[in-house]
Design a protein around this ligand. Sequence first.
Ligand SMILES: Nc1ncnc2c1ncn2[C@@H]1O[C@H](COP(=O)(O)OP(=O)(O)OP(=O)(O)O)[C@@H](O)[C@H]1O
Ligand SMILES: [Mg+2]
Length: 312
Amino acid sequence: MHSMSEPVVFENVTKIFWGSKRVVRALDNASFKIPSKTVAGLLGPNGSGKTTSFKLVMGFLKPSSGKVSVFGVDPWVRGESVRRRIGYLPEKPVYPDVPVYRYLRYVAKVRNASEEDVSRIVRLVGLSGYVWMNTRGLSRGYLQRLGLAQALIGDPELLLLDEPTANLDPLSRREILELIKDLKKELGITIVIATHILPELQEVVDYLLYINRGRVVESGMLEELATRYYVDAYYYIEVEEPRKLASRLVVEDYVRGVEIRDKSLVVRINAAFKEELLRVLSLPEYSIGIRRVEMLTSELGELYEKLSGSSR
Ligand SMILES: Nc1ncnc2c1ncn2[C@@H]1O[C@H](COP(=O)(O)OP(=O)(O)OP(=O)(O)O)[C@@H](O)[C@H]1O
Ligand SMILES: [Mg+2]
């Protein structure tokens, strides 16, 4: 059973690669759903089945058994119609050796996008100075930008990014990360990111899927997993008198740290004690001055360690 609202649904999916010497179970009875309109992080050690999952979503691979549904249909059977709605940044892209603009114009034609869209996206990913260069001449970082550009053309509803910040220098990574943050604000887009760079993912992710050796170890909203695994979380609280609230909070033993800013506090707590924190905040003497409470992030690195510990 699955609802149409999740863009990606895997039901008991197994993918076996039959080599001449070795049989690899890249996915092993994997079931999961990517919730609509979230940024989902696909995590797992090398060789755990992340790229294979993307290829199954794209309909490039046929599952050995089980069922893959993308927008409610089987991408292996209806690949063309499914792929029109997906932007995919592959792990190891291969481009025809033509000038960048010619390649992107070709992509735009296939995906019913306009010349203006191409120019806008070229600027967005920082490829402007490179449109006349043959793809062969691009450095790895610029190839990565080209990969992002072709994925973004045609307003995809689902964006699959296989290591989007790989090969980028620190400033470029920042730019791409900010770009993903902007995309996140766009209505109706679901983004799945496979990456090993947790501090970056932490800034954008809502939902996590952790796989190991082709098996789904854990999945859920970040906040829910942080709570379940007793990971620290940071809460941002906008408040009239931050000092007064801070002195009340520091006596709670689940509070790991309090940072006072101008008219706000950042409180680090064990995520499992969120309700306790909210209870204190709702007390009349504090609640009056509070204007906003928001979870900033959880410690994704800490969560990852716990998840990989539980799958050994
Ligand atoms: N075409 C193929 N033929 C044979 N084995 C394959 C093929 N594609 C993937 N595999 C194997 O399937 C397993 C999962 O690979 P996959 O590329 O999905 O992992 P990954 O999670 O993306 O890893 P990484 O983090 O290193 O990118 C690996 O053992 C890999 O060697
Ligand atoms: Mg991979």
